[in-house]
Design a protein around this ligand. Sequence first.
Ligand code: AMP
Ligand code: MG
Length: 330
Amino acid sequence: MAGPVRIPPAEALQRSYLTVRDPRMQRVLRVQAALGMTIREYLNGHGFVELLPPIIGPVADPGLRGAKQATINFYGREYKVMSSAILYKQMMAASLGKIYFFSPNVRLEPLETATTGRHLAEFVQVDIEEAGATYEDAMARAEDLVRTVIAHARGALGDDLVAFARRLNGGSRPFRRLLYSEAVGLLKEHGREVPYGVEIPWEHEEFLSTLFEEPFFIHDYPRGSRGFYDREDPAKPGILRDFDLLYPEGYGEAISGAEREHEYAKVIARLRETGENPSKYGWYIDMLREGIPPSSGFGIGIERLTRYVCGLRSIWEARPYPKVPGVFSP
Ligand code: AMP
Ligand code: MG
């Protein structure tokens, strides 16, 4: 990947209205539209129903690695701007089985993420959920989807890849699968200590990603490192049935996914364990108490996918009117 210069030029951001007319940016945006279309075709062709995403709600996903949620005043009550629609995905998988949203998310990411090249405060993820699916099913689905998108990019978008001087790997072999414990071990071999039980910090994750030429999975994270809704494996206490897919070449995390903790008592215990007050989760807790089917799913960020496909240095190059943490722009 080209050099480490990822500081967003304030000028380019301030003048988004000119940046979006730049021929290179126009090409990125056309590629992004084509990737979105491929994802929709894939999911529709496999029986998923696209639903309108929630934008605000009394609760949203709190499992946000240091990011803050934005709130609005909803007629005298505090509502969250959607940081992730995961709770609503469970609601809708209980109704229609196989569902997805193109979900706009707002996360007030910490200031230091402005230069990671992969964090925006406003982004879109395709959020997918399937009732009755295991996390192995979700991993297979994620792999199939990413392979399909890469094959499409290599084929129909071949001229664009040439224009970006981009050689895109990933598609010939099955994606590698590393246990979390193996990933932490690999980092240790390279002198990077990650205490067992914490989520792999983004700089280590990025380093790990430089060691591979094709997308790869990390799975079975330990309890405590992820959101309360990632299901603990009944056969392996302390281990979650969840995964990330990482892009290679230093591009880092592409996808997070999991089987859901959906049983009322377990969710209450996990919420308490992470310092959350279950009573804040109103409708979600009511829904679980009354019962929902098990489900699994994942989310794939569109701007990160575009960055990877086009080989862009920074994620803000894959977003019209990008909101880089702490940088004021249109
Ligand atoms: P998460 O639930 O935090 O794992 O987010 C799901 C997916 O959304 C990630 O795998 C990324 O592809 C994408 N994503 C998460 N946070 C950001 C961000 N701050 N900027 C851009 N994309 C993001
Ligand atoms: Mg994640």
